[in-house]
Design a protein around this ligand. Sequence first.
Ligand SMILES: [Zn+2]
Length: 246
Amino acid sequence: MRSLSALELLNIWEWGHNQPSWSKAMRLLTTACPEVSVDMLTQLSIGQRDAMLLTLREWTFGSQLASQTTCPNCGEPLELNFNVADVRMVSPQLEPVEKFSLSLAEYQVSFRLPNSLDMMAIATHKQPETAQQLLLERCILAAAHNSENLSLHQLPSHMIDAVMAEMTRIDPQANVPLDTSCPACSHEWQLVFDIVSYFWSEINAWAYRILRDVHTLAAAYGWRESDILTMSPRRRQLYLEMVVNR
Ligand SMILES: [Zn+2]
């Protein structure tokens, strides 16, 4: 994996308008990892995908993260500041697809972890229950009770819950809790950190900023967009200051 250039990031941003989350994530990774096949990337577990996206985000915008939220107890608006290390559960690595199994009492289930192909398959289902059912149908490979094969519908709900808990345990980066507390009322709760939506909203804000800078420099000097984008941020910033201060 390598970092993305300003031009690549801007192209991804332009393309990603109205794209679903899984698709944005995949486009970022396929651009940053030209040495890895698209098949391999789409079959990464969501946690592995997100571990790579977190690294890419760190290379793009640094290791500090900031977010706004509102205290669910007293309504106080809060600014959250945290670090990549706070939301890093595993190191990024390209792992082959694995099968897992879970045995509880007389039940046995074999399953795999959800990946981007699963996210694509469930993306059109707006009802969370339908989407979750479809996800389980795709990821549960076999189920049995006392060695007798069962369909997903025959599995008791406590077994389904246990499989989902096991998926979260094995793939912790897919579900990152962020401990939060309110300085006004001391209420404590957990947010879920979603690297795809977080990174995308930053890319969006960055794109507006850089297009404004391109506009200012192109209007002042007549330079081409591609030349302005390939400048180092420092050089671009100095030219901008000269335009503003002249
Ligand atoms: Zn509060």
